[in-house]
Design a protein around this ligand. Structure first.
Ligand code: NAD
Length: 357
C-alpha cells in the first residue's frame, strides 16, 4: 500500500488537484499500485479553518505518507497577514519538517509547444533537462549571517557552507537521476573562486567512481548560465547548490515558456517527496475552470517515478499528456492561436488525459 497526502491549497489549487487526483486514480486502477489518498489542509485554506498555515495534523500526515502532492498556496485574501502567518509559510514549514533537501526541476519542452518559448524553436525544440538543486543548505541557511555595525558603516554577511555529507547526499540523488536518463551529469560550481565549491567539486568527482556509467562534467556557474540560454540541449542533468540552483532552475523553466506545464519534486533521503507544480495559486484565474492542470498531473508522474518507484505508470501519464497535446488540445496559457488548436478548460483537459490513459 502507498499512502499519498493531497494538499489542494488555495486559488486554482483545488481545481488542478481535482484533475491530478483523477489521473492518480486512473493509474492506480490500471497498474494496481495500491494507492490510498487522504486530503489535508495547507495555506490560506488551513488558516481559515485552523488559524495555522500548516496545522500539526497536516505535517504529521505528510511525514507518515510515502509522498505528498500539493496544488498551490496563497492569495490576496491573506496578503495582509504578518509574514509568520502567511499561507506561503506553510510551504516553507512542510519542506523543512520533511527534511526535503533535494529539489528536482525538469525543464521539458514538448515539440508542440516550441513556439511558446522566448528562444528560437531550433535552440529549444526537444529540450529535456533536469536541474537538481540542494534545497536546505548553502548560503541561504549558513551561519554566521546578519547585518552589523554602526549606521553608515554597517556590514551585511552570509556564509556559504556545505559539509561533505550534504554534498554527497545531493550528489547521489543527481547521479541516480542521471542513471534513469541519458547518463550525463554536469555539476555546476564556482571552484575558481569559492572554497566551498572546491569541496563540492571534489566530492562530486569522488562520487562519480560509484557511477561509472554516468559521464560527469563540471562547469562554472557563470558559463552554465550562458550555456543554458545559448545551447540548452547540451545538458541532461545539472546538479548544484542552493543559490546557483535557485537562479538556474528559474532560467531553465523559462526556456520552456509555459509555467502551466512544469512539475517539480522535493525529496528527502527516505525517498519521501513533496510534488507540486512550479507555478503559484494564480488567484487571477481561480474558480474559472481555465487553469492548466498539466503541471500538477506531470507532478503525479514525478511522484510515481521517485517515491513509488513505478516508472511504467509515470511513463503512461507522460505519454497521455503528449497525446492530448498532439490532439492539439490547449488550455488558454499554452494556446498560440494556431489553426486546429482547441482551447479547453481545466476539467476538459483532465478528462482528455484520463481518456488517453
Ligand atoms: P502564479 O504562478 O500564481 O501566477 C503567475 C501567472 O501565471 C498568472 O497570470 C497566472 O494566471 C498564470 N498561471 C499560473 N499557473 C497557471 C496555470 N496552471 N494555468 C494557467 N495559468 C497559470 O504567481 P503569482 O501571481 O506571482 O502568485 C500568486 C500567488 O501564488 C501568491 O499568493 C504567491 O505567493 C503564491 N505562490 C505560491 C507558490 C506555491 O504554492 N508553490 C509559488 C509561487 C507563488
Amino acid at each position: 500500500m502507498a499512502q499519498i497526502v493531497l494538499l489542494a491549497g488555495d486559488g486554482i489549487g483545488p481545481e488542478i488537484m481535482a484533475q491530478a487526483g483523477r489521473v492518480l486514480e486512473a493509474v492506480n486502477a490500471r497498474f494496481g499500485l495500491g494507492i490510498v489518498t487522504s486530503e489535508h489542509l495547507i495555506g490560506g485554506a488551513a488558516i481559515d479553518a485552523t488559524g495555522e498555515p500548516l496545522p500539526e495534523a497536516t505535517l504529521a500526515a505528510a511525514k507518515a505518507a510515502d509522498a505528498v502532492l500539493l496544488g498551490a498556496v496563497g492569495g490576496p485574501k491573506w496578503d495582509g497577514l504578518p509574514m509568520a502567518n502567511r499561507p506561503e509559510k506553510g510551504l516553507l514549514k512542510i519542506r523543512a519538517g520533511m527534511n526535503l533537501f533535494a529539489n528536482l526541476r525538469p525543464a521539458l519542452l514538448y515539440p508542440e509547444l516550441a513556439s511558446a518559448s522566448t528562444l528560437k524553436p531550433e535552440v529549444v525544440s526537444g529540450l529535456d533537462l533536469l536541474i537538481v538543486r540542494e534545497l536546505i543548505g548553502g548560503i541561504y541557511f549558513g551561519e554566521p549571517r546578519g547585518i552589523e555595525g554602526e549606521p553608515g558603516q554597517r556590514v551585511g554577511f552570509n556564509t556559504d557552507r556545505y559539509s561533505e555529507p550534504e554534498i554527497e547526499r545531493i550528489g547521489r540523488i543527481a547521479f541516480e537521476a542521471a542513471m534513469t536518463r541519458d547518463r550525463r551529469l554536469c555539476s555546476v560550481d564556482k571552484a575558481n573562486v569559492l572554497e566551498v565549491t572546491v569541496l563540492w567539486r571534489e566530492v562530486m568527482t569522488r562520487l562519480s567512481a560509484e557511477y561509472p556509467e554516468v559521464e560527469l562534467s563540471h562547469m562554472y556557474v557563470d558559463n552554465a548560465a550562458m550555456q543554458l540560454v545559448r545551447a540548452p540541449k547540451q545538458f541532461d542533468v545539472m546538479v548544484t547548490g542552493n543559490l546557483f540552483g535557485d537562479i538556474l532552475s528559474d532560467a531553465a523553466a523559462m526556456l520552456t515558456g509555459s509555467i502551466g506545464m512544469l512539475p517539480s519534486a522535493s525529496m528527502n533521503s527516505d525517498n519521501q517527496g513533496l510534488y507540486e507544480p512550479c507555478h503559484g495559486s494564480a488567484p487571477d484565474i481561480a474558480g474559472q475552470d481555465v487553469a492548466n492542470p498539466l503541471a500538477t498531473i506531470l507532478s503525479v508522474a514525478m511522484l510515481l517515478t521517485h517515491s513509488l518507484k513505478a516508472p511504467e505508470a509515470a511513463l503512461a501519464i507522460e505519454t497521455a499528456v503528449k497525446s492530448v497535446l498532439a490532439q492539439r488540445l490547449r488550455t488558454a496559457d499554452i494556446a498560440t492561436g494556431a489553426s486546429g488548436e482547441r482551447v479547453v478548460g481545466c476539467q476538459a483537459m483532465g478528462d482528455a488525459v484520463v481518456n488517453a490513459l
